[in-house]
Design a binder for this molecule. Structure first.
Ligand code: PLP
Length: 289
């Protein structure tokens, strides 16, 4: 059914007319559990249900798409939810739109300082958390774990494996691209556009896949996570106007800027068939407008 989500971008607008670029609109999968987060949460919540948990806990920043998606999904599946949010100071401020949404769907928000937040994957931190919240299913930051990757394998349909040479996606924690790599056929290349600076990601998600048909680019991170420039925002606005596809500046606009730039620089051989994954995240726009 999700085949219908692949939407062509008309090639006249691209410098190399032989290149085909389609966009897979995961932003249309669900109004609240947006884009890749739908796939990342699916098997985690099923597992939590199976193990008899009635509460889930997870982590994120104040604008996190993962926090918004988890709050809604937990509510929908009948779990209580707790969100550990980076930034102690936020406890004394009015909630931004993302956190308002999360709270509206019943997520209990707990604000911790940035120092503590950095320890969120440390055994000691997790042990204390588990003592305070026993019987709670833990979902890591960004939702990335083995079950998330299992879910992300379902993003690609059988025809996607046949019809495209290169599959592009935005990369945060690397969970989504790991699932895409795992699902891909060996003739395909996965090209990840990092929303963060640096190549530490390579090590971080290397243990989720042993396949090697992928590359990560961080040349289009525009200074780092959640950083933007006028050039990026202008690109995003032009793109939205021309193609009537909404983007957001943290992930999807950076990926598409990168793809267009690489096409202009003749990075892809003629006749390359590219599928770009629109990973959603449009809830984040409300914080910026
Ligand atoms: C979370 C998110 C990503 C990054 O996904 P990872 O699995 O963490 O790499 C990409 N795009 C959007 C819109 C997201 O919300």
């Amino acid at each position: 059914m999700f085949d219908a989500l692949a939407q062509p971008i008309s090639y006249q607008n691209l410098v190399d007319h032989t290149i085909r670029l389609d966009i897979k609109r995961l932003d249309l999968v669900h109004p609240h559990i947006s884009g890749n987060k739908f796939y990342k949460l699916k098997y985690n919540l099923l597992e939590a249900q199976k193990q008899g948990f009635d509460q889930v806990i997870t982590f994120g920043g104040a604008f996190s798409n993962h926090i918004a998606a988890t709050a809604y999904a937990a509510h929908y599946f009948g779990f209580d939810s707790i969100g550990i949010i980076r930034g102690e100071e936020l406890a004394h401020q009015a909630l931004n739109p993302t956190l308002t949404t999360a709270s509206h769907f019943g997520m209990q928000l707990e604000f911790i300082n940035r120092q503590d937040y950095r320890n969120k994957n440390q055994p000691d931190f997790l042990r204390k958390l588990q003592q305070r919240y026993p019987n709670t299913y833990l979902i890591p930051e960004g939702g990335t774990n083995a079950l998330a990757i299992q879910g992300c394998k379902e993003i690609l349909s059988a025809s996607d494996l046949q019809n495209y040479d290169v599959i592009c996606c935005a990369v945060g924690t690397g969970g989504t691209i790991s699932g895409l790599i795992e699902a891909s056929s060996s003739q395909q290349t996965l090209l990840g556009f990092s929303a963060l600076k640096g190549d530490f990601l390579k090590q971080e998600f290397a243990h989720f896949t042993h396949k090697t048909n992928w590359k990560i680019k961080d040349d289009y991170c525009f200074g780092g996570y959640a950083k933007t420039t006028n050039q990026l925002i202008e690109f995003m606005q032009r793109f939205e106007e021309k193609y009537q596809i909404p983007l957001e500046p943290i992930y999807t606009a950076k990926m598409l800027f990168g793809i267009f730039d690489l096409i202009e620089k003749a990075y892809f051989p003629p006749h390359t068939r590219i599928l770009a994954i629109h990973s959603g995240g449009l809830q984040g726009r409300q914080n910026l407008l």
